[in-house]
Design a protein around this ligand. Structure first.
Ligand SMILES: NCCCC(=O)O
Length: 866
């Protein structure tokens, strides 16, 4: 201002007869101080013609509101509050700086340029309403051009909650309007809430002083360090009034002072030592504006016979003249062309600045006449990411598929399993004439193998997910899985069930009148099960076929290149899936429950030709079920807290390991029994398989339903359980036979005795077993009669006098011994009964020990006492 006035006073064409003087005062940005200074001037000589200032809108507003009553014109060089354009309140207020409203079209143009459609606004609540007014108008403008205001927040002191809400609403472009102290609070909070960097764009006001973010931090109670503040503010964009017309074409032109803008900048730098990129340029232009208005007024007043020095605070006419001339004044200032609207507003340029490496760079200029932005090619905007960030979080889904290595390994093991099945089929075929095979219903065993091969194949289907098959084909894979797994299970388990049922039918629930259950009957049972399966699956596939479903794993979301990556799992989906699964599970479940029931019921069957394990296997399995159930329950509780964590995989693997350990323990206990038995079983092996299928099916379904989110773990557990269970079934049924076949007797003993007249060896065995039951029952009756007789004899003995009792004692004991001998010989006589197919059932000692076990363990056994 001093520079401008010194130039004016030197010029002979401007106010030639006057010297312009300025009385400087500091309002200290305090409205009270400002008002005090105003009254000081009014009530003290000399009479002032005009007011120049203030800078701070909260000071300018009350002064402008009061000075109008003393007919004083006021020209501010820095007050940008939109409120000051209210001509009712501030009729004699002018400014050489645009109001903050001028930023709004520029901001809208910037948003349009980068395609940002969602923004948030954050402004400081301030009594002078400087920011609320501008923000209100901005909202309206943005809505008119189709830009969504996601959230509009305001704050007074601490902006933490407002920033949290903006972050929660996923707004990434934030337009901020606040004074510099609050700006420090905002960016400190942005640092704490990580709302800066390449994912965010802050568009704030550019009229803060240089390095504002690192000065007076303690004084302003900022709890961030200079480094943190520097990190948070880096890259912000700002709108500002163009403070020096350096790049415009007119910048080469001489301004009203006779200097170009660049010459002014040099003079200013020489005079003050600082770069003229702040509001001093507007003050320079404001001083020139006042001089020009007074110069024009002096001429107009001369026409009316008046002079400037005639002005009094009561001279409304002269004040009106000043105002009129102000509206008509236009000149080229160092800030660009200067003119005033009917609201006393400066029509000026708006520039975009960006903080690059701690330096504010002018990156573009908004041209209000064309509503366009001219970017600065020399100093373009530098984005912290690959380009302008998105106005919202870009969500991308990532299809999670089973690890190729895991699938390849499981598929390899499944193929090995299928080969094992084929091997057992070959054994069944090649050794079909051997008794050990013939006695074991080989055709039903073939059905078991067929079921097992299908089940192995289903493991491969379970591994075919989005990584290996196109999404549109995934539904077909789902249907194939259901069919193959279901039918395979029914074939294998149905055949085992049927065989167990036959044992039960023979030994548990029939009268001594024996009936013959042939393999054909068992085939019918299996066929009925399979037909029921086909019926259910056909209904499902026909009415509501399975298709691809997707499960978004929100808890595993991660950020990558400014994008939110959400893992997605493909899964099989169907309308009313739970009902269909319920129907299938109910059917299989009933089959499993009955299978277990029959296996348990017949655990005491001790016909060597029919049995080889029972107790130990059954007991082990029950213990196993209980212990594993406990493990699962325990894990279920843990899983809820560790869900989503990779440690789960470790725990799942640990469970698989302990499960395998238990199963191997069971297996180790079965095998010696199987190997010890002289005669392979065709039923007990089925029972063991029944138990294991039940256990592993329940465990498999339970565990995999808990860990559905972990595609690798789910597949691994499904595959391991299926392969393990299927392999166990095959091994239980076939390994003992293979062992026997390749033993020295080759499983051929006594085979020839039954071969010619009864190819259905099981039926003849049934007959033998039935005969044994009848005979055993008769023997027990005889024993009971004799026991009763013995008791009667004892009672008689006790009624005799002591002498005769002593004499008779040896006779009595002899009689008991004789009776026992007779009874024993009767048993020994019965054992080598020629009607038995197998003449070498069990050594006497073993039979006796087994009889003891039976008495303790199962009194209901139909063959107890044999
Ligand atoms: N140019 C900074 C002052 C802003 C205002 O209070 O109007």
């Amino acid at each position: 201002m001093e520079l401008a006035l010194s130039q004016v006073n030197e010029r002979i064409d401007i106010l030639p007869e006057y010297q312009l003087h300025m009385v400087l005062n500091d309002t200290k940005c305090d409205p009270g101080v400002g008002m005090h200074i105003l009254y000081d001037h009014i009530y003290n000589e000399p009479t002032k013609l005009m007011l120049l200032g203030a800078a701070f809108s909260p000071v300018s507003q009350p002064i402008a509101d009061t000075s109008k009553y003393w007919n004083l014109l006021q020209v501010s060089y820095a007050s940008t509050s939109p409120v000051l354009k209210d001509r009712e309140l501030y009729p004699r207020f002018f400014r050489t700086i645009s109001s903050d409203l001028a930023f709004n079209p520029a901001r809208a143009a910037l948003l349009k340029k980068y395609g940002w459609k969602r923004v948030a606004t954050l402004h400081q609540n301030e009594p002078s309403r400087i920011f609320s007014q501008a923000t209100k108008q901005l909202h309206k403008l943005l809505q008119d051009v189709g830009i969504e205001i996601v959230v509009g927040e305001s704050f007074t002191e601490n902006p933490a909650n407002q920033l949290a809400n903006i972050k929660k609403k996923d707004a990434r472009i934030i337009i901020g309007s606040f004074y510099v102290v609050q700006a420090k609070h905002v960016f400190c909070e942005a640092y704490k809430q990580r709302m800066y960097g390449k994912r965010y764009v802050w568009i704030i006001i550019g009229w803060y002083e240089d390095k504002w973010w690192e000065t007076k931090l303690n004084e302003d109670h900022i709890t961030c360090t200079t480094r943190e503040m520097g990190e948070a503010v880096e890259g912000y964009l700002a709108t500002d009034h163009m403070k020096l017309n350096e790049d415009d074409a007119t910048s080469k032109h001489k301004t009203v002072s006779g200097w170009t803008a660049q010459e002014y900048a040099i003079k200013f730098k020489n005079l003050t030592g600082i770069i003229a990129r702040h509001e001093s340029s507007f003050a320079y232009d404001a001083a020139w504006a006042i001089a020009l208005v007074l110069n024009a007024s002096a001429q107009r007043l001369a026409e009316r016979g008046k002079a400037l020095e005639n002005f009094t605070y009561a001279d409304e006419e002269m004040a009106d003249l000043f105002e009129e001339i102000f509206h008509n004044t236009s000149f080229l200032g160092v800030t660009g062309p200067v003119s005033f609207t009917k609201y006393g507003e400066r029509v000026g340029y708006i520039q975009f600045e960006q903080l690059q490496g701690g330096e504010s760079k002018r990156v573009g200029v908004y041209d209000v006449t064309t509503d366009s932005i001219m970017m600065n090619r020399k100093e373009p905007i530098k984005w912290q990411g690959a380009g302008p960030p998105s106005d919202r979080t870009v969500r991308e889904t990532e299809l999670k598929s089973i690890a190729t290595g895991l699938f390849a390994f499981m598929a390899f093991v499944a193929v090995l399993g299928m080969l094992l099945g084929i091997f057992f089929l070959l054994i069944n075929f090649l050794y079909r004439e051997r008794r050990i095979i013939k006695m074991s219903s080989p055709r039903l065993n073939n059905v078991i193998v067929a079921g097992c091969i299908l089940t192995y194949f289903s493991v491969i289907l379970f591994g075919l997910d989005g990584g290996l098959v196109p999404t549109k084909r995934y539904g077909q894979v789902c249907i194939a899985r259901a069919w193959i797994m279901s039918v395979g299970f029914t074939l294998a388990f149905g055949a085992m069930f049927a065989k167990t049922w036959r044992v039960h039918a023979i030994f548990k629930s029939i009268t001594p009148k024996k009936k013959v259950i042939r393999d054909e009957h068992l085939f019918l049972i299996v066929a009925a099960f399979v037909l029921l399966d086909i019926f259910l699956l056909s209904l499902w596939t026909g009415i509501e076929p399975m298709h691809t479903g997707y499960q978004q794993l929100e808890n595993k979301m991660r950020f990558e290149d400014d994008k939110e990556i959400i893992p997605v799992l493909e899964h099989c989906e169907s309308e009313r899936l739970s009902y269909w699964l319920g129907a299938v599970y109910a059917f299989k479940g009933l089959l499993l429950v009955f299978g277990v029931f029959l296996a348990w019921e017949t655990r005491g069957v001790t016909i060597p030709a029919l049995n080889d394990s029972r107790y130990i296997g059954a007991t082990q399995n029950i213990c196993f079920v209980i212990s594993i159930s406990a493990v699962i329950l325990k894990r279920m509780v843990k899983i809820t807290s560790i869900f989503g964590s990779y440690s789960f995989l470790r725990i799942a693997l640990h469970d698989i390991f302990s499960l395998s350990h238990h199963l191997l323990a069971s297996w180790n206990l079965y095998i010696p029994r199987v190997a010890k038995s002289k005669h392979n079983s065709k039923c007990s092996s089925s029972r063991m398989s029944v138990y294991n299928v039940v256990i592993l099916s329940i465990l498999g379904v339970a565990i995999t339903s808990i860990i559905r989110d972990h595609q690798d773990a789910t597949f691994a557990i499904t595959a391991v359980f299926t392969i393990f269970c299927t392999t166990l079934t095959l091994c239980f049924v076939f390994l003992p036979k293979v062992t026997k076949l390749w033993s020295p007797d080759g499983g051929t003993e006594a085979s020839t005795t039954r071969r010619s007249n009864n190819p259905e060896s099981l039926s003849s065995t049934d007959k033998n077993a039935a005969n044994m039951i009848t005979e055993n029952s008769q023997l027990k009756k005889q024993l009971a009669q004799r026991e009763q007789h013995l008791m009667e004899l004892k009672r008689l003995l006790e009624t005799l006098p002591p002498e005769s009792r002593k004499a008779d004692k040896s006779n009595s004991q002899e009689s008991c011994a004789q009776q026992f001998k007779k009874r024993k010989s009767l048993v020994q006589f019965r054992q080598p009964e020629p009607s038995y197919a197998n003449k070498s059932f069990e050594p006497e000692e073993e039979a006796t020990s087994k009889g003891k076990q039976r008495t303790e363990g199962s009194s209901s056994s139909g063959v107890e006492g044999i």
